[in-house]
Design a protein around this ligand. Structure first.
Ligand code: 1HE
Length: 263
């Protein structure tokens, strides 16, 4: 079992399992609705990560990942405060997207509104069959504010996101995989275990490869092709000149590592 380092009343649980940091959104009675305290606590977990943390898993305590923005905090907020609030979410979710180590979201139950935006900032999404995805902002008379309009269209397309917001369409866990939103669908109750298994694998990669995948790949994919190809060559050269890469390649040639087999 992971070693625990947060009190039971904390809005996030923080546990260590070897090189993996497991963060739980911990307001199950409010379906993990994201209030300011929770968002700031999540941001604090990602600040000054210990050097020996090599992957992160974010999950929801209870039956749901997150019911999105805590609507009870919205009623008195004016426009200036609303802008500051959205920018605060952006800072925290950017910290996830640009984290030093890969972040995996383990999804179950409601993955709604701001909860969906949070999941979008992770690098890998794992869902179990109870997970469902919705953007009820249209019904609530509001708009996404946690980076969803930037990140979600890159995963499922503008037209699908517009449909979700305009009609309240809800996608199932199986549809999430088909649309490219989630990379894995597990058996019932299996998302967190699968996310931890993937995090363990990732933690065993060469750190420079993980860095390249998180920091260089998204930039390359969004740049013009010629600039992207130069960036790719530079990143490849740096990665393969690292002594860890040389050792791993020697290990393969000496038949000391596993072969690639069908999944
Ligand atoms: C909440 C929230 C919340 C639950 N803010 N308190 N998100 C939404 O529009 C989704 C709203 N929530 C729901 O549709 C349902 O609560 C659920 C489908 C997620 C769960 O249903 P259920 O039957 O399991 O629970 P419940 O009885 O509805 O909720 C349990 C408690 O959590 C209840 O409080 P209680 O004191 O009466 O027990 C709910 O009021 C509370 N609760 N969801 C506040 N979201 C940066 S912009 C992002 C914009 C958005 O995220 S918009 C989407 C908002």
């Amino acid at each position: 079992m992971p070693e625990s380092s947060a009190g039971p009343d904390s809005v996030v649980t923080v546990e260590r399992a070897g090189a993996v940091l497991q963060i739980g959104l911990n307001r199950p009675a409010k379906r993990n609705a994201l209030n300011d305290t929770l968002i700031l606590a999540l941001g604090a977990c990602l600040e000054d990560l210990p050097r020996d943390v090599r992957a992160i898993v974010i999950h929801g305590v209870g039956e749901h990942f997150s019911a999105g923005l805590d609507l009870s905090e919205l009623t008195e907020r004016d426009a200036t405060e609303g802008l500051a609030h959205s920018r605060m979410w952006h800072r925290v979710f950017d910290r996830i997207q640009h984290c030093r180590v890969p972040v995996i979201a383990a999804l179950r139950g409601a993955v709604i509104g701001g909860g969906l935006e949070l999941a979008c900032a992770a690098h890998i999404r794992v869902a179990e069959p109870s997970a469902y995805f919705a953007l009820p902002e249209g019904q609530r008379g509001i708009f996404v504010g946690g980076g969803g309009s930037v990140r979600l269209p890159r995963l499922i397309g503008v037209a699908r996101m517009a449909d979700m917001m305009l009609t309240g369409r809800v996608y199932s866990a199986a549809e999430g995989v088909a649309l490219g939103f989630t990379q894995y669908l597990t058996e019932a109750g299996g998302a967190l275990a699968k996310a931890m298994e993937l995090a363990d694998k990732i933690a065993g990669n060469a750190p420079l490869t993980n860095f390249a995948v998180l920091q260089a790949l998204p930039m390359i994919a969004e740049s013009n092709p010629q600039a992207g190809l130069i960036m790719e060559s530079l990143m490849a050269t740096v990665a393969q000149s690292d002594k860890e890469a040389k050792q791993r390649i020697r290990d393969f040639l000496d038949r000391k590592t596993a072969k690639v087999r069908p999944g």
